[in-house]
Design a protein around this ligand. Structure first.
Ligand code: PGA
Length: 249
């Protein structure tokens, strides 16, 4: 049925030598769970990382991409470029990109469409701010994010979409949503999909939780029925911690 996925988002960390060293340690770990394992190094290290994991059950994925086919977009990288070096999955809409680079649900539509057009798999991130949570608006905020960025898609597109619920207040803060809060939101997201599309689509989409997942809390979060894995930041930078999370399933 739904795939279990644990993806490590390395963010702005690890130069080439550090990337090689971390991958060497990752290759020394044993996957004992059924989770698909992904790592997202920086653009400059994607090619090397992808070469280095060949013959291992680790997929190298991108942290972002531009929507254009080509043109005057200094500093950008697009789907064809990623695919030309063997990258088939991209994270889109991470809250740090929304906060620091003005990405919005409306502008993310273009990126989602471009990635799907190129047959890439998208890990689409969204989640509420602390104020949305404390004022009780978290569900409507999340519903709106999904609706604006994804609900123009045909149902068939969802075979290439993974959702990542990442409450902004839990990212890099050491504070996690409780397993119950994660479960409640994931269930709500699945219901939202079922209402727009149908139950089969909703049941097949993997929904990851992200926000301060660590070896000591992964198992409890992953034990919830609607949590299909995690998007891991800080704890993905140490091979033992990352694999403790991978093997928490
Ligand atoms: P964190 O980051 O695990 O360090 O909180 C998660 C993310 O940003 O995807």
């Amino acid at each position: 049925m739904r795939k279990h996925i644990v993806a490590g988002n390395w963010k702005l960390n690890n130069d080439l030598a550090e990337t090689q060293a971390l991958i060497a340690s990752l290759k020394g770990q044993i996957i004992t769970s059924d989770a698909e394992v992904m790592i997202a190094p920086t653009f400059t290290n994607l090619w090397h990382a992808n070469e280095a994991v060949k013959d291992n059950d680790i997929e190298v994925i991108a942290q972002n991409m531009h929507f254009a086919e080509n043109g005057a977009y200094t500093g950008e990288v697009n789907a064809s470029m990623l695919k030309s070096i063997g990258i088939h999955t991209v994270i889109l809409g991470h809250s740090e990109r929304r906060a620091y680079y003005n990405e919005t649900d409306e502008s993310l539509v273009q990126k989602v469409d471009a990635a799907l057009k190129h047959n890439m798999r998208v890990i689409f991130c969204f989640g509420e701010e602390l104020l949305d949570r404390t004022s009780g608006n978290h569900e409507s905020v999340v519903k709106n994010q999904i609706k604006k960025a994804l609900f123009h898609l045909d149902a068939s597109a969802f075979k290439n979409i993974v959702l990542a619920y990442e409450p902004v207040w839990a990212i890099g803060t050491g504070e996690t949503a409780s397993p119950e809060q994660a479960q409640d939101m994931h269930k709500f997201i699945r219901e939202t999909l079922a209402n727009k599309y149908d139950k089969t689509i909703a049941d097949h989409v993997s929904i990851l939780y992200g926000g301060s997942v660590k070896p000591n809390n992964a198992q409890e979060i992953f034990s919830k029925p609607d949590v299909d894995g995690g998007l891991i930041g800080g704890a993905a930078l140490k091979a033992e911690d990352f694999f403790a999370i991978v093997n928490a399933f």
